[in-house]
Design a protein. Sequence first.
Length: 83
Amino acid sequence: MRLRVEFTTEPFDLDEAPAHAVVAREVIQSAELDAVDVGPFGNTAEGGADQVLTAVDSLLRQALASGATRVSLQVNVIREDPK
């Protein structure tokens, strides 16, 4: 099964990326995921279920430990075309 995760961390700071946002992006970028897209207002990544769920666990733990007061995320199953 393939999954797509979309997430944001708060509080926002438009002048400089807060520590929790930097940590969250580093977690996703260093995970074994593909189709990673990080941006100032949202981040997405895709991969196998185990890889995405492991990355989400680490993302939540590290972002909260780094000062995030809210993490909004959505995880979707990606339908694969039958062959």
